[in-house]
Write a protein that binds this ligand. Structure first.
Ligand code: C2E
Ligand code: CA
Ligand code: CA
Ligand code: CA
Length: 278
């Protein structure tokens, strides 16, 4: 009881103990997996809705645990952030995705873009700019074909420091997309002050488009907003043809989702791109 009191009047219940132990276990397993190179990237193509041709891909982190099962990123990324592991893992993601972009360009996919997820913890780390510049320089990835996906909520916290940081990141030449757009209630005036390139419509608003309805007006609003601000827009989580058609009618230029392709390994992506070019 004494030690519990020393820990800031924090009393563990039985379940909390189990949960914390599970998190600590996962943190160790993740650290081991990372050092043993058991993490890898899957790439999901992004399509031009009008031509139905691939224009880029999003890099998505994968972890196959020792027992062969995949741990979903939604589960292990919060742990990576919380433990600080995301700094090293995030740098590895940047370098690996940039290197893959360079390989794809060498294989003839000259206009292909690579979208890379960057966590809040990583973006706000004092060394982030240096890490980004290093990844670009060492891999030779052309910055204008690299896009960083950051979340809407990230832009909302401490906006002044964020705007300053974003300006420096933009100076490297990379593009910036706001991920999961529509979920974070950004103010318009605020958005205009950020030098963004693209908005990603959250899957939740794409899913709402079904046979029964064209969905809420949110997807439509984001597309309109993108147009008014001169930004590119990509819809994520497009699973059926109806959604693709409605989005295209609404003026959405780009889409990503199981309708076109699932995230796939680097080798598979190359083969898939060859097939698409035929
Ligand atoms: P996100 O950035 O919103 O990524 C989109 C998620 O939707 C991916 O899940 C993708 O596999 C999934 N998805 C794509 N198309 C469809 C579809 O048509 N239907 C459905 N139901 N799902 C679709 P995933 O790979 O499990 O990633 C989950 C989240 O983990 C990502 O959400 C992102 O926030 C985070 N994440 C993934 N990789 C990284 C990374 O390298 N760094 C960081 N910081 N976060 C990452
Ligand atoms: Ca993303
Ligand atoms: Ca997203
Ligand atoms: Ca999402």
């Amino acid at each position: 009881a004494k030690s519990q009191q020393r820990a800031g009047h924090f009393y563990f219940t039985r379940n909390m103990g189990v949960e914390i132990r599970e998190r600590v276990r996962m943190m160790h397993a993740l650290r081991t997996a990372f050092s043993k190179h058991e993490l890898f990237l899957a790439y999901q193509p992004q399509m031009d809705l009008a031509t139905r041709k691939p224009v880029g891909a999003e890099a998505l982190l994968r972890w196959r645990a020792a027992d062969g099962r995949f741990v979903p990123p939604d589960r292990f990324i919060p742990i990576a952030e919380y433990s600080g592991l995301i700094i090293d893992i995030g740098e590895w993601v940047l370098r690996t995705a940039c290197a893959e972009l360079v390989r794809l360009r060498a294989a003839g996919h000259q206009d292909f873009t690579m979208s890379i997820n960057v966590s809040q913890v990583q973006f706000r780390h004092p060394q982030f700019l240096q890490v980004l510049r290093g990844a670009l320089a060492d891999t030779g990835a052309p910055p204008r074909y690299v896009e960083l996906e950051i979340t809407e909520s990230m832009a909302m916290e401490e906006p002044e420091t964020f705007i300053e940081m974003l300006a420096q990141v933009k100076e490297t030449g990379v593009h910036i997309a706001i991920d999961d757009f529509g979920t974070g209630f950004s103010s318009l005036s605020h958005l205009q002050r950020l030098r963004l390139d693209r908005l990603k419509i959250d899957r939740a608003f794409v899913t709402e488009i079904s046979g029964a309805s064209r969905g809420s007006s949110i997807a439509e609003m984001v597309i309109q907003l993108g147009r008014n601000l001169g930004l590119s827009v990509v819809a994520e989580g497009v699973e059926d043809e109806l959604q693709a058609r409605v989005l295209q009618q609404l003026g959405c230029p780009l889409a990503q989702g199981f309708l076109f392709a699932r995230p796939m390994g680097a080798g598979e992506l190359s083969d898939w791109l060859e097939d698409q070019a035929r």
